[in-house]
Design a protein around this ligand. Structure first.
Ligand code: PLP
Length: 426
């Protein structure tokens, strides 16, 4: 299997070389913003693109398909009732410049959803900004503290350190979770003293942990006491198993809370790029609205009308979400039961989202260090036709882990994928 999974050219970012290219050998006059050189294509995207490229060659050599466990894409189509609403909105010519911050009807649907599902009271249209995905909501919120200090629990979603923080030239402090992904509150309290913004994500990517109401309340309280903003990232709020419940920081009445929400995963709308943020302080929401206007001038109008229908049509919405979550749960169960049979692998069963973050310390040669160690499991799995993401990009202490996403893999593929993992370490 030489050459399959062993090339590392794809690790390099497309932009290489000097920061200030000159033309025709002339002395350079313009320096590009160094922030543009600090950002990277997320390893998740790079691995995905590479694995997809490798698929045909792997098939030719082995007669088998690659198993794609790497990306948080979803494999359900967007529900028909949402697509129909977008088509209707187009026919109604909802194609003009949108109202800054979002269309009133869309915001009202969001407010109803926030009240019914998140128990978030005392909010008005002034607290909400509609964004291009959760991604823009996060970007704008970090932007409030450009050049400042951020912190997050580790492991964390890798674009935080790969994109948001370097793009805004911020510092990032990682607060490692304990082995069972529980929180060291003393450490959190200490770190928050010197931090502008704390990024927090539940249900969590990459661990699948759902933080409890008590945990979220304690985090919010500590952020408030330490005068740090709490940026609560909640795109997986509805993908949750075993009767667990998502508790949203948006329901807490502290001025320093911003919550980011998304349609991507809940309604299988990753490509629509729709999300919104809720800032408890309307003045902050006002700034973020101007930030949004400066970047994109707002979310396409007809998409907002489809988003309104997605939220308001509870019967269709709950039916679609229920079907997706049932399927994700079946996949999670089969993944956990199969992986439990692989000696040397340890993991916590995900309670939400669609990721598992197993630890392979027991299977990594003790003398391996640094990058060789960090990519040992990942490389071995790529060689065996299984794409995952190496743990080191989710936090400094997690090089012995990998992230497995079960968002696009039906049960038989999961069984096959885990069998390949087992064989890779035989
Ligand atoms: N936050 C987390 C933790 C995610 O995993 C993702 C997407 O994978 C997002 C935010 C952004 O989602 P989107 O921009 O598609 O709404």
């Amino acid at each position: 299997m030489e050459n399959v999974g062993s090339e590392k050219d794809w690790e390099n970012d497309p932009v290489e070389g000097d920061n200030n290219p000159s033309h025709d050998g002339r002395e350079p006059k313009n320096n590009f913003n160094p922030a543009m050189k600090n950002i990277h294509l997320s390893p998740i995207v790079r691995i995905s693109e590479r694995a997809l490229e490798m698929g045909p060659a792997y098939r030719e050599k082995t007669g088998k398909d690659f198993v794609y466990f790497q990306r948080g894409e979803v494999d359900f189509p967007t529900p028909e009732y949402i697509k129909d609403a977008a088509k209707r909105a187009l026919d109604e010519n909802r194609t003009k410049y949108p109202k800054s911050g979002g269309e009133p009807e869309f915001k009202d649907a969001i407010l109803r959803k926030l009240l019914d599902f998140n128990k978030a009271e005392n909010l008005t249209r002034e607290n909400i900004v509609c964004t291009y995905g959760g991604m823009e909501a996060l970007q704008l919120s970090f932007k409030l503290f450009e050049g400042g200090k951020a912190a997050t629990f580790a492991p964390y979603w890798s674009p935080i350190s790969e994109n948001f923080v370097p793009f805004l030239q911020m510092d990032l402090t990682e607060i490692p979770l304990k082995e069972d992904f529980s929180i060291d509150f003393d450490m959190l309290d200490e770190v928050l003293k010197d931090v502008n913004i704390f990024y927090f994500n539940t249900p969590n990517n990459p661990t699948g942990k759902v933080f409890s109401e008590d945990e979220v309340k304690k985090i919010a309280e500590l952020c408030y006491q330490n005068d740090a903003y709490l940026l609560s990232d909640e795109p997986y709020e509805r993908i949750i198993f075993d009767g667990k419940e998502h508790f949203s920081a948006a329901s807490l009445d502290y001025d320093n809370i911003i919550s980011a929400f998304s349609f991507s995963k809940t309604y299988s709308m990753t490509g629509w790029r729709m999300g919104y943020l809720v800032a408890r302080d309307p003045k902050v929401a006002g700034m973020l609205k101007l930030g949004n206007y400066s970047c994109t001038a707002g979310v396409v109008q007809f998409l907002q009308y489809a988003g309104k229908e997605a939220l308001d049509n509870r019967e269709e919405g709950e039916k679609a979400i229920g079907q997706m979550v049932d399927e994700y749960k079946r996949r999670r169960d089969v993944l956990c039961s199969e992986l439990a049979k692989v000696d040397g692998v340890k993991f916590e069963k995900p309670e939400g989202a669609f990721y598992l973050f197993p630890n392979f310390t027991g299977l990594i040669p003790e003398d391996l260090q640094g990058k060789d160690r960090d990519e040992y499991v990942f490389d071995k799995l790529m060689e065996n036709g299984v794409a995952t993401v190496y743990g080191s990009c989710f936090g400094k202490n997690f090089g012995d882990n990998i992230r497995i996403s079960f968002s696009t893999t039906p049960e038989p593929v999961i069984v096959d994928g885990v069998e390949r993992i087992r064989k890779a370490f035989e």
